[in-house]
Design a protein around this ligand. Structure first.
Ligand SMILES: [Zn+2]
Length: 589
């Protein structure tokens, strides 16, 4: 493949001369070659907005080969210096197609989205679990040119999704240089720009914005004012320029006008005062606002995206009705629907691939227990349903769990660190702060609630691996008077020595996918997990010295208890749908 440097028009010419008939040109970067111009070609090519680095270039190569493995391909790499800097040059360039009157911001988002759908691109890479639920609705909202609201509890990737909408913007957008509200080069709305245009005509300087610069986000709070959001009369400016106070030259613009021709995201919309909501509504409806009683015409071209907690949003009186009416789509977000989906998200987001002198390894069952804590917390009566349990809980818990293992290995001068269940108890600081407790939970205390959640999570994950597995020998060892104190600081080798005293225990780690020739750290973690599992199911217990000891009930009751636990667990799975026990469980027999 031969990269061709230059302008898009020159590129199209080259393509035409190299490969006259048999290719298709794919406009990947929305750089501004109009589709009509591309249509006559059957050339596979990529138009790229900026000079990519090596990794980027390899990615482009792969993409192109995917598109057309057998045909020769070309790509265009267009440097920034090609961007026109005056209105005259802009008019003469292909960028003028971006400036057609019917190409409003929402039309721009729509046409770029159609382009991406057409190419089968991943629209929101890295956002997991929304593929069949939230994303299709967001796509529909954009295709419908709606302003929309994302309704969901804490930590449901709402803001992240909103930020990714910048991917649907043109990579670069021209505006009249120096304009605070990024005026359209052909249809400026502010008077300064209109005057500039009348005087300078084709010499009017043009500046450019990247897609990221066209994204503005604001967290709504009750003290946000009309002046913050829309603007204020600037009496000093008025006095200095000798203008009438109602003249638009004397406005100090707020956030929404400064987001003109871009995306404006307001988080927690219901916290916005009624008066400010009215102002927003006026902007969305008519482009007319009143600032301190002076009517100001501001026909802005913005896309408004809101986020809110569903209960706040539906509560009567929190949102003024006309504003609600103008929000085209209400889209509900959600927490991961299955444990395995949650694990994938946590795995992606948690900072676990870190540079460390220690080799870090997280067993699958630890991933499952950490995620299960969040799932149980979301169902727990003592946890406030209204605020939810953010996905940030398992993410920061996992980070903390790994750090505790890292700390232990550093102290013991071990080469490998593998987290254990005790490390999860050590990660309470990363958990309790993320649980909003109801009164009942407050009485019990955050620590106690979190400990119970961990224990129950261990129990559930344990059942999914050891259902029907005979561990009577392990239990018997304790019933015959054995006791064992496992310390979170205990090095792996010492731990293995302790655990191997119990017949059959380390042998059983096979069920967790850990063979007897595995590393000490891994086997220690697996052995400890089995004991914690037996403890969670009350087959053994833990005394005041934190030693594992025999359970309170005699052994012969065990059979019946196993069956009861089994039915309880199945009931739980039915409630959650198929994925409740982790989706695609491997070791269930
Ligand atoms: Zn302007």
């Amino acid at each position: 493949m031969q990269p061709i440097y230059g302008t898009a028009k020159g590129f199209v010419r080259s393509i035409r001369s190299f490969w006259p008939n048999s290719y298709r040109l794919v406009d990947c970067g929305n750089v501004g070659v109009p589709r009509s111009e591309l249509a006559p070609f059957r050339t596979q090519a990529l138009i790229c907005g900026r000079i990519p680095d090596d990794a980027g270039y390899r990615l482009i190569l792969r993409l192109l080969l995917d598109l057309s493995p057998e045909k020769p391909i070309a790509s265009l790499i267009m440097p920034h210096s090609d961007l026109p800097r005056t209105l005259g040059a802009l008019r003469a360039s292909h960028f003028v197609d971006q400036l057609q009157p019917d190409r409003t911001l929402k039309e721009e988002l729509r046409s770029n989205l159609i382009c991406k759908l057409d190419r089968g691109e991943d629209l929101f890479p890295g956002v997991m679990g929304f593929e069949d639920t939230v994303i299709p609705q967001v796509v529909n909202a954009i295709l419908s040119r709606h302003n929309f609201i994302l309704l969901g509890l804490r930590g449901q990737a709402k803001t992240r999704l909103a930020r990714m909408l910048t991917r649907l913007l043109d990579p670069r957008m021209p505006y009249i240089a120096g304009c605070e509200i990024r005026d359209h080069p052909l249809r400026p709305i502010c008077r300064q720009c209109r005057e500039k245009l009348a005087v300078m005509e084709d010499q009017t300087p043009i500046a450019w914005l990247s897609a990221e610069e066209r994204y503005i986000e604001k967290l709504a709070t009750p003290d946000v004012t009309i002046a913050d959001m829309i603007g204020d009369i600037d009496p000093i400016k008025a006095a200095r320029t000798g203008q009438d106070i109602s003249n638009e030259l004397t406005i100090h613009y707020g956030l929404v006008p400064r987001a003109n021709r871009g995306l404006f995201v307001i988080n927690e919309l219901p916290d916005l005062a009624g008066k400010v909501q009215v102002g927003l509504f006026n902007i969305m409806q008519e482009g007319d606002v009143q600032i301190k009683g002076y009517p100001i015409r501001l026909p802005l071209d913005v896309m408004l995206v809101f986020t809110a907690n569903p209960e706040d949003y539906t509560a009567r009186g929190k949102i003024i009705t006309p504003l609600k009416d103008r929000i085209g789509s209400e889209i509900r977000t959600h927490y991961p629907l299955t444990l395995s989906q949650g694990i994938d998200i946590t795995r992606q987001e948690a900072w676990t691939r870190r540079r460390s002198p220690i080799e870090l390894e997280i067993p699958q069952f630890i991933h499952e227990v950490v995620e299960q804590v969040a799932f149980l917390a979301r169902e727990d009566k003592r946890v406030d349903k209204r605020s939810g349990v953010s996905q940030r809980l398992p993410i920061s818990a996992l980070e903390n769990v790994l750090s505790n293992a890292e700390r232990r290995a550093l102290k013991a001068k071990e080469a490998t660190a593998v987290p254990r269940i005790l490390d999860l108890y050590a990660a309470l600081p990363a958990i309790t702060g993320k649980l909003e407790l109801e009164y009942e939970g407050e009485l019990k205390g955050g620590d106690a609630v979190a400990r119970e959640l961990i224990r129950n999570a261990v129990g559930k994950v344990y059942s999914s691996y050891f259902d029907g597995v005979n561990l009577r020998q392990v239990v018997q060892w304790f019933e015959l008077g054995g006791s064992l104190r496992l310390d979170e600081e205990m090095p792996a080798q010492a731990m293995i020595e302790q655990l191997s005293r119990i017949q059959d225990l380390l042998h059983s780690t096979k069920k967790l996918g850990i063979e007897e020739d595995g590393s000490d750290a891994m086997r220690a973690s697996a052995g400890e997990f089995i004991l914690e599992g037996l403890y969670a199911h009350r087959r053994i217990s833990r005394n005041e010295e934190l030693e594992f000891v025999a359970g309170e009930r005699p052994a012969r009751e065990e059979r019946g208890r196993d069956e009861r636990e089994d039915t309880q667990r199945r009931g739980f799975d039915r409630q959650r749908g198929s994925g409740g026990s982790g989706g695609g469980r491997r070791n269930l027999n």
